[in-house]
Write a protein that binds this ligand. Structure first.
Ligand code: GDG
Length: 476
């Protein structure tokens, strides 16, 4: 059944799981992208192409058939163990990810990783070409699939192609380290519309295209020699604000929030961090800053506790294993040195949770601490705000998260500045009710207005218009 809307993303919105009886089943998978796209898919009866997780014996054997899960049309792409290692863990997560996040970790460059990236991108493009109806709209997502727009355009010039990057797009100074910089730019230029989280990312892209590929550009437009125009613009992603608010108002969630506070020993203040266990998220420095406040007596373990949820992520990538060990050691040391019986300084959870539990944690937390070194947006910060139905609670937010552009009333911090973070944590801890309400009310207004539906609408509307304006331009 050819589809009029095709979403192409690295992952499907479900994970493949082997059930106790040995049969294969599917389970919804969490994550920023899934949270954001699912409503768009449902509203447009779309088809979603992606990898279901786990290795396939022979990825070309067509062992994976399209299926329907929870009312969504899903088309799985199989990846072999080797492709997972080279394309996914390698090029996507150990080359692109660190370069696009300010070199927070050192990127590795390997030609065989790149070769696999090209091959796997071809696979996604071929699949998209085979399921898209004549003249359909295809929306390609994220850094794992930057070559797909161009590959797909070659196969299917009739399609309208959009691309959205969920992570930052780096300045030229960093991007040009990539041995394959030109191919990546040309891959993205296959799209009619390239979307970024922030205007800065779009500007970086346009500047690089001008410098490295030599195309003419004007503001957010790139003029290609074949007469096509590509638009690069910012579409800050958001959350289902009403959905989170409803969840946070649910009786069971409210009761669970009270239970969490009690289980923590009913402290006066609960600090909370929720992140994928990723070196970009600044978990280590944040916990150190908090521990120093306890050491100096500015905070007391009898009054306050820091709950840090670290969601397991990319566990096969070496830098992620190292990070996990470092944080394990740090938490052990902090609690060993500063905790008392039944009163740890940090309550550390290396696990993922259902949405209801996330909402209960957001509801229980007095100070939400989100301090990435670099983050495309950060949905956790927005989810916290959405859950604060009483207009209370403090958000401490890194200036380097995309969310800081909108959530101006947060306590904004430089995550590299430990003393600055300590000061902000204390201020947030000590803030009076009036101050909290003033800030939270303003932030809640922002996210209610700019929710995920508005984000998707803006992108889809722009994508629908782009061809039109392209035509108008080339005719003129
Ligand atoms: C990338 C960009 C950008 C997390 N753990 C659980 C869980 N989650 C959900 C959160 C939130 C999402 O996953 C995480 O999104 P973030 O934005 O915080 O971070 P990334 O995963 O790095 O996402 C980021 C995003 O894409 C979207 O464009 O904002 O900058 O890096 O929604 O709630 N959900 C559940 N259980 C968990 O344990 N149910």
């Amino acid at each position: 059944m050819p589809a009029d809307l095709v979403i192409v993303a690295n992952r499907l919105p479900v994970d493949r799981v082997t059930q106790p009886d040995g049969t294969q089943g599917w389970r919804p998978s969490p994550g920023g992208l899934v949270t954001a796209i699912e409503p768009v898919m449902r509203a447009n009866d779309g088809t979603w192409i992606g990898w279901p997780g786990g290795p396939s014996e022979d990825a070309d054997a067509g062992d994976l058939d399209p299926f329907e899960a929870d009312g969504l049309q899903l088309v799985p792409i199989g990846l072999t163990a080797e492709e997972i290692e080279l394309f996914y863990e390698g090029f996507s997560n150990a080359t692109i990810w660190p370069i696009y996040h300010d070199l927070v970790a050192k990127p590795e460059f390997h030609r065989e990783w790149w070769d696999s990236y090209v091959k796997v991108n071809e696979k996604y493009a071929a699949k998209a070409a085979s399921v898209a109806a004549e003249g359909a709209t295809v929306w390609v997502h994220d850094y794992q699939l930057q070559l797909v727009p161009q590959m797909l355009r070659e196969l299917r010039p009739d399609l309208r192609i959009g691309f959205y990057l969920h992570i930052p797009f780096p300045p030229a100074e960093l991007f040009q380290q990539l041995p394959w910089r030109r191919q990546l730019l040309e891959g993205l230029l296959g799209a009619d519309l390239v979307g970024f989280q922030l205007p800065g990312g779009a500007a970086n892209f346009v500047r690089l295209v001008r410098q490295r590929v030599g195309h003419k550009t004007h503001r957010d437009l790139v003029y290609l020699p074949d007469g096509r125009t590509v638009r690069a613009a910012a579409f800050p992603i958001s959350i289902d604000a009403a959905g989170f608010e409803a969840l946070a108002s649910d009786e069971a969630v409210v009761a669970r929030a009270a239970e969490i506070r009690e289980a923590l020993g009913s402290p006066r203040r609960i600090f909370l961090g929720i992140d994928r266990l990723d070196y970009t998220k600044g978990i280590y420095a944040r916990l150190r800053a908090y521990a120093e406040l306890i050491e100096t007596g500015e905070l007391d373990v009898e009054d306050a506790v820091f709950v840090q949820v670290a969601v397991p992520s990319r566990e096969q990538v070496e830098q992620y294993r190292i990070l996990r060990d470092e944080i394990d050691r740090l938490v052990g040391r902090i609690n060993g040195d500063l905790g008392r019986i039944g009163r740890p300084a940090i309550s550390y959870l290396h696990s993922s949770y259902p949405r209801e539990e996330m909402a209960a944690l957001y509801t229980a937390a007095d100070v939400m601490v989100v301090t990435p070194y670099r983050d495309g947006m950060n949905l956790v910060a927005k989810e916290y705000v959405a859950c604060r139905t009483g207009d209370d609670g403090a958000l401490v937010l890194s200036e380097f998260a995309g969310a800081a552009d909108e959530l101006r009333q947060a306590w904004l911090v430089n995550p590299y500045d430990i003393n600055g973070m300590k000061a902000a944590l204390l201020e947030a801890y000590r803030a009076d009710g009036k101050e909290l309400t003033r800030r939270m009310k303003a932030m809640r207004r922002t996210i209610k207005k700019h929710d995920v539906a508005a984000w998707a609408d803006a992108f889809m509307t722009e994508l629908a218009d782009v061809e039109h304006s392209t035509h108008a331009k080339s005719v003129r």
